[in-house]
Structures are given as C-alpha cells and as structure tokens.
Design a protein around this ligand. Structure first.
Ligand code: DAT
Ligand code: MG
Length: 151
C-alpha cells in the first residue's frame, strides 16, 4: 500500500505565481515521497490525452489552452493511500467551494486557475504517470523518515 502512486501537476498559474515550493512543501510535510519531478511545457497532444475524459465539454478547449500556455511541474508522489489523500490535500475542483486548509481553498479563486491537478483514482494515476513520465524518469528511494511516518 505504501507503493501506491499518484500523478500531480502544478499548472502554469502555480509556476507563474511562485507557488511551486509551497505546494511541494505540503506534500513533503504530509509524509509522502517524491519519486518523479520535471518542468515541462506540455504539447497539445499530451494535454488533450491527459484531459480526454472532458473532450466535448464547454471548458475543454480553454482547459487545453491553459495547461499548454506555459511550463507545468509534473510529479509522481508515492505513499499509503496517496491518490485519495492527495485529492483531499488539493480540495474541491472549484476553489470558491474548496475548504480552507486545502491547496485550492488557500491558494486559488477561479476554477480555470485552480493551481494543481491530481489523479482521481489509481487507474487514472497509472494512465497519467505513463503519459507524462518514461520509466527511467521515476526513481524509487528509501526515506530515512519511513519508520517515523509509518507504524
Ligand atoms: P479536477 O481537476 O478537480 O479533477 P475535473 O477533472 O472535473 O476536476 O476537471 C479538470 C479541470 O477542468 C479542472 O481542474 C478545472 C477545469 N474545469 C472543470 N470543470 C470546469 C468548469 N465547469 N468550468 C471551467 N473549467 C472547469
Ligand atoms: Mg480530474
């Protein structure tokens, strides 16, 4: 269960607003393990595949335009229950209704500028990790803090 992985992306607004460190800090402080990290300006093809489930919706084009508008920090985080836990750390999709204490609740206002993406299931996580990362770009390691994070 500690091997569960999720895909997290800091969107172009997060990079522009200098929130990269703040968001990474929250995942580190929680106790999750960073196993993949890169700054990339996504191609339209990658963005469309990433958001394929939303194809046909009114906000799809704007979403693809936005996510491809600048560099994104793509990450893979690993840990017990990390997929669901990351979604809780991130908060609701619309930042106006995200709870305070969540990333979107604390750091964002508009749904089209909501700072961060996180996989919504372990299946989505697998699909998204393989879309954004090659095998050699993910590095597992053993944190010295393991015994103090896990019982
Ligand atoms: P989430 O990012 O919380 O998984 P989602 O998968 O439903 O949310 O949608 C993907 C992104 O699309 C979301 O982060 C912001 C944008 N989006 C979703 N619903 C929207 C809407 N009603 N209007 C504008 N943008 C929207
Ligand atoms: Mg989603």
């Amino acid at each position: 269960a500690q091997q569960e992985r999720t895909f997290i992306a800091l969107k172009p607004d997060a990079v522009q607003r200098n929130l990269v460190g703040e968001v990474i800090r929250r995942f580190e402080a929680k106790g999750f393990k960073l196993v993949g990290l890169k700054l990339v300006k996504p191609s339209v093809e990658t963005a469309e595949e990433h958001y394929a489930e939303h194809k046909g919706k009114g906000f799809y084009k704007g979403l693809v335009d936005f996510i491809t508008s600048g560099p994104v920090v793509a990450m893979v985080w690993q840990g017990k229950g990390v997929v669901a836990s990351a979604r809780k750390l991130i908060g609701a999709t619309n930042p106006l209704t995200s709870e305070p204490g969540t990333i979107r609740g604390d750091l964002a206002v508009d749904v089209g500028r909501n700072v961060i993406h996180g996989s919504d299931s372990t299946d989505s996580a697998q699909r998204e990790i393989s879309l954004w990362f090659k095998e050699g770009e993910i590095a597992d390691w053993t944190p010295v803090s393991n015994a103090w994070v896990y019982e």
